[in-house]
Design a protein around this ligand. Structure first.
Ligand SMILES: NC(=O)c1ccc[n+]([C@@H]2O[C@H](COP(=O)([O-])OP(=O)(O)OC[C@H]3O[C@@H](n4cnc5c(N)ncnc54)[C@H](OP(=O)(O)O)[C@@H]3O)[C@@H](O)[C@H]2O)c1
Length: 194
């Protein structure tokens, strides 16, 4: 069984963006040291159209070969005219409103989201499944998440879009690794206690 990993950027107080989800306040923390880390350990989490200008679009995937994101997160790419933002992975977008996929490389999941994710996790692959977000999708899939990779940046937002758009429930995780960066960013990994 492979893992569903929620790989997510957030503030110290656990918000993944402003109240509308805009995460641009976090971008300044992607400095040289941090970028080298992403390049070395999670290159596939950078969108294809962002990798190309940096000349790193041929980096092999390290952790994930499949990505799932919510329609609102996918919309950000569509607004830039990009229909296949993670061309180096198999791409799934959860949506009940997108009647058909804007791109043959992107499969829409309209029904039985949890069942489809369980099928993806049951596939035989050395790579895990990257849950990209956003908040609502992560909330829907919270019980399916096996691993968290939380990239927290040294900012407090006070309010904003929560990491999970779900109700109250205590879920227990075990701390794996903690990596700190000169600019105050901290990347923690956790695995779910089953
Ligand atoms: N900080 C970070 O690392 C990070 C990462 C990713 C995203 N974000 C931010 O997150 C924001 C978007 O988050 P969000 O919570 O508003 O939306 P979202 O989770 O990206 O997408 C929500 C949409 O997903 C679809 N969906 C959710 N559950 C579903 C189900 N069970 N079956 C079928 N479709 C389902 C629905 O689409 P339809 O309405 O089409 O039915 C729903 O409106 C963006 O602004 C982005 O910037 C931040």
């Amino acid at each position: 069984m492979r893992k569903l990993t929620y790989f997510i950027a957030c503030s110290i107080d656990g918000f993944i963006g402003d109240p509308d989800g805009d995460a641009s306040a976090m971008l300044p923390f992607v400095d040289a040291e941090y970028f080298e880390f992403l390049k070395a350990e999670y290159p596939e989490t950078m969108p294809t159209h962002g990798r190309r200008p940096l000349g790193i679009d041929d980096l092999p995937n390290k952790r994930f070969d499949t990505i799932i994101q919510g329609r609102a997160s996918y919309d950000l790419a569509l607004k830039e005219g990009v229909t296949s933002p993670y061309a180096h992975m198999r791409q799934y977008v959860a949506s009940r409103t997108l009647a058909e996929s804007p791109d043959p490389e992107v499969e829409i999941i309209a029904e039985d989201l949890v069942g489809r994710v369980r099928e993806l996790k049951a596939e035989d692959s050395a790579f895990d499944v990257y849950l990209c977000g956003g908040s609502r999708l992560a909330g829907e899939l919270i019980d399916e998440i096996d691993e968290l990779v939380i990239k927290s940046y040294p900012i407090v937002l006070g309010s904003g879009m929560p990491m999970f758009g779900s109700g109250f429930a205590v879920g227990e995780f075990t701390l794996g690794s903690v990596r700190t960066f000169g600019n105050g960013a901290v990347v923690r990994t956790y695995s779910r206690k089953r």
